[in-house]
Write a protein of this length. Structure first.
Lengths: 246, 114
């Protein structure tokens, strides 16, 4: 599960797992998130347990730290520290716009631009574009391991294997959330990503149907997603996550 | 008669603010409509006591409703429309003023997320 996480930390209970959301967690709140991700590619299945903590600053920013346990290899992933700043908040005429950046202990840095807008009562559309550069060119042991091996702050899964020597990953994602009932948010996500590597570039396209259930509105949610690889190394996966903030 | 004049003045005052804030209310709804609207939209996420136990200026209420609508995504979760947000903010500003007893919703006094 490569590095195409959307943000340094994603803590909002309604934040989609792959695309992320521009909205930081509210002022003076903290958030904890724990998840499980499995991704199948070829004959291999890799598993990951992402963990993160984040804190809201003034209602317009958040900082966070995260890591992920490689459940397949039994190893702890790198630690990432980063933040998100809300540049503009949506109103009747504008949109949510945020900038996120995260630094990893594996000599990686990632930047993302996130936007979103309510298109009608009950519907919220969001998108993100991100770039990650890494100085860690150690080779993954298998394509699927490459999908999962690197820690992400949370929520995201992506289908980009990380070939040896990968130094740059560019990704774009979009998510449409619908709330037919206040606690139930069926979500549909699409992610396109490309990894640039010495051994050859890899392109990935994932469709991610997802269900977000708010156990407690604004405070506690559980998310389930089934990423399906349309192009690239990933075949199918499973993501589950519990998000808490207060 | 006096109440009607007062209501009209409040409505005009709120209309005057309409160009300054997207949630400025054009015409505050009557009490029954407003309470029903608040019950339908706001209590989806939190108890009504939290609303009726608070006081604030027009700016405070507009900022709070705006933040609920967009930051806490009441537009998504509670299907709150911009027009309804304007009506709620206007009614709360007219009825829950700072001269009443209650928790002030301004930034400093409560530290409560807007």
């Amino acid at each position: 599960m490569a590095t195409l996480w959307p943000l340094a930390a994603q803590a909002h209970p309604i934040e989609p797992l792959v695309t992320g959301a521009p909205m930081p967690i509210p002022r003076d709140w903290v958030a904890l998130d724990a998840g499980y991700g499995a991704l199948h590619a070829g004959t291999a299945t890799d598993q990951q347990v992402p963990l993160s903590i984040a804190a809201g600053i003034g209602g317009w920013a958040e900082i966070g730290a995260s890591t992920a346990i490689d459940a397949t290899g039994g190893a702890m992933g790198p630690v990432r520290v980063g933040g998100k700043v809300l540049l503009t908040m949506e109103d009747a005429r504008s949109l949510d716009l945020a900038l996120a950046i995260a630094f990893g202990s594996n000599e990686s840095v990632r930047g993302a631009l996130l936007g979103g807008r309510s298109i009608a009562p009950g519907f919220y559309l969001q998108a993100s574009a991100s770039v990650e550069g890494s100085g860690d060119a150690s080779s993954p042991s298998a394509p699927a391991r490459g999908l999962l091996r690197r820690a992400r702050p949370l929520h995201a899964v992506d289908g980009v294997a990380q070939p040896p020597g990968t130094s740059l990953i560019v990704a774009g994602a979009a998510a449409l959330e619908w709330a037919p009932r206040p606690c139930v948010l069926p979500t549909f996500e699409l992610q396109l990503a490309r990894a640039f590597a010495d051994a050859g570039d890899v392109t990935s396209v994932l469709l991610v149907p997802e269900l977000i259930y708010l156990l407690q509105i604004n405070h506690l949610s559980i998310k389930l997603a089934l990423p399906v690889g349309v192009a690239g190394p990933a075949d199918i996966g499973l993501l589950a996550q519990l998000d808490w903030q207060r | 008669m006096r109440a009607s004049v007062a209501r009209a003045l409040v409505g005009l005052a709120l209309m005057g603010c309409a160009s300054q804030h997207p949630h400025a209310a054009a015409t505050p709804p009557d009490d029954q409509q407003a309470v029903a609207l608040i019950e339908r939209r706001c209590t989806t996420c939190h108890a009504a006591d939290r609303i009726y136990g608070s006081v604030g200026t027009l700016d405070d209420w507009q900022a709070l409703v705006h933040r609920m609508a967009y930051h806490h995504k009441a537009k998504l979760i509670a299907h709150l429309s911009d027009q309804e947000a304007s009506q709620i903010a206007g009614w709360l500003a007219a009825h829950l003023k700072p001269d009443r007893t209650g928790v002030h919703i301004g930034f400093q006094p409560t530290g409560r997320p807007l």
